[in-house]
Write a protein that binds this ligand. Sequence first.
Ligand SMILES: C[S@@+](CC[C@H](N)C(=O)[O-])C[C@H]1O[C@@H](n2cnc3c(N)ncnc32)[C@H](O)[C@@H]1O
Length: 270
Amino acid sequence: MAESDKVFAGSIPKFYDTLMVPLIFEAYAADLAQRVAAFSPGSVLETAAGSGVVTRSLAPKLSADARYVVTDLNQPMLDYAASRQGSDSRIEWRQADALDLPFEDASFDVVCCQFGAMFFPDRVAGYAEARRVLRPGGRFVFSVWDRIEENAFADDVTNAVATVFAYDPPRFLARTPHGYHDRDLIEAELRRAGFAQVEIETHEKLSHAATARDAAIAYCMGTPLRNEIEARDPGLLQLATDRATQAIARRHGEGPVAGKIQAHVIVAAG
Ligand SMILES: C[S@@+](CC[C@H](N)C(=O)[O-])C[C@H]1O[C@@H](n2cnc3c(N)ncnc32)[C@H](O)[C@@H]1O
């Protein structure tokens, strides 16, 4: 993983939350929140919470006396999440690396993490850290994207942006968000981290955007793909976004667009 892959800062949090979240994260967040709430947890730790889409969905489902600690590596994402949440005395916001959690052993009933594990530089260490802070009987509930070919817009954008940088194509989307999709590997890494029970489900959904341009802006400007494009030439961000817009419009039409997305949802325990 490139260093810039984990930097969600500058104008990324705003583009991420306003365009990426409705496009591909909201539907999975509702599902993850439902799964977590079904365990009726008294305490929840969320890691890699980003701009707070799961937090907004899960907080209303938790009991009035629940403790909900919401963390992310990048403070700007957490600030954005907190600004959207409204006051809730059950929620504690805290900057934290999922690989080095500032919490005591056995302090949470559930650890949840939506689309964050792909960013962990050492997945087994991240999973072991989630397990360390879980109480006996606790659950680790998380999700990762399936391969890029199962995620239409991400694939279109990656191929289109590559035409701007033919000799050194930016591969952020394929390398990181869509680079950790092998179910056998995920299960093996969870078991190496100490989890005895692992359940993995694969869920397909449809992502919708008002226009091809909205979808292109979301990926090119609201994710660390932007860092990768700007590192090559900041002046080409617009052209890259234009090419991505054209590619999406060619495959999905000029008006409102819809594209397949697919992810794995995992519950680990023991
Ligand atoms: C694709 S976003 C997902 C955010 C949010 N969970 C959602 O569903 O919208 C990935 C998030 O992982 C965070 N992240 C990256 N590396 C991390 C780490 N080592 N520990 C905690 N968070 C991390 C990033 O800051 C970013 O907010």
